[in-house]
Design a protein around this ligand. Sequence first.
Ligand code: ZN
Length: 363
Amino acid sequence: MRLGVAAALVDGTLLPGDVAIDDGVVTALGVGAGGGHGIAAPGFVDLQVNGFAGVDFQVADGDAYLRAGEALLATGVTAFQPTFITAPEVDLATALRAMPVEGCGPRIIGAHLEGPFLSPRRLGAHDAAGCRAPDLALLRRLLDAGPVTEMTLAPELHGAFELIDELVARGVTVSCGHSDATAAEAHLAFDRGARTVTHLFNAMRPSAPRDPGIAMAALARNDVTVQVIVDGHHLAGETVLVAWQAARGRFALVSDAVGAAGMEDGRYALGGAEVTAQGGVVRRADGTLAGSAVPMIEAVRHLHALGAKLEEALTAASAVPARIAGRQDLGRLAVGAPADVVVLDDRLDVQRTLVAGGEHVAR
Ligand code: ZN
C-alpha cells in the first residue's frame, strides 16, 4: 500500500516522495516524486492523557477506552500513556487493573502514575487527601497492580530516592514534577536516574535569579528531557519559546488532556472530581488549572505558530516522547519500523491515522 503523500518526516527532515507500507511495517520511503498530497509524520506519542472525548481514564471501562481511543486516533495519536492522578491506593489499583493492554485504537504504552508521592506545596489540581509521603511498599503494590511505564514524583521528599532506585531497576521512567525541589535537589535526582520532568514550569517551584529551582535545573542539563504543555493557557508564549530554545531536541509535547478534550465546554471529571471547561480552559471549582482540552495536533500547531520549525514541532510530538518512554521503535518513520503514521494536509489538519498500517480516516 502507498499513502499517496508528497513527503514524509524522516529523522527530522521532510523527505520528498511517498511512503510504502506492507504487513503493518514501513517498507519504503521517498518513493517516486511529485503527485502526492500532504505529508506523512510519525504518529503522535502522548505521555500524559488523563482522559479524552468525555472519558476519564481513572474510572473508565473497556467501552470508554474504545471511545476515547477512537477520538485520540482522529487527532493523530498512535500511542499514549493513560495517566492516573493522585488518589487513594484502592482507586489507583482499580484503574491500573481496568486499563486495557491493547485493542483501544492507539497503542497503550503503559500507565503514567502522576502521584501520589507529590509535594503538598505544588499539588495543582491534585487532591491533598490522596497525597502520600514516599512509601516503597506502596510503590511496589502499585507497580504490581498493572503495567506502569512512567511515574511523576517530587524528588525532594524524604525517601524519594529509594523510590527512584526501585523505578529505575524496574525500567519505569522517573519524571520529576509537582515538586518544590531546589536546583541542587533536582540535580541529585537527575544524577540518581530521573531523566525527565512533568509539565515543565507548571506545579513547580518558581524560578528566581538565585533560586532557579527544578525547572531551570532541567533546562540547564543536556541529559534531561522536558515535557511541556503547549495549549496556549498553561504557559506564556515567551516561556514556551525560551524552553524550546534551551532544550532543542529534548523538548516533548504532552497534551495533559482530560475528558473535555475533543468536546464542547461543560462539566467533566478528572480523577473522579468535577472540573469545568470554559473557552477551552479546564479548571477546578477553585480556579486551579486541571489539565487541558487541547489535543496533540493543536499543541503542534501552537508550537509551530510560536516559531518552531514544523519538522521539529512534529518531532517533539513523536520521537522525543517515544525516547522518554524508552520506545525507540515508536515515534519514527523508518524502513522496518511499525507503520504508525499521521497524514496531515497543508493546514495541519489530520487526514488519516494508521496504527501498524491499520487505517483510521478522519471524519
Ligand atoms: Zn500535573
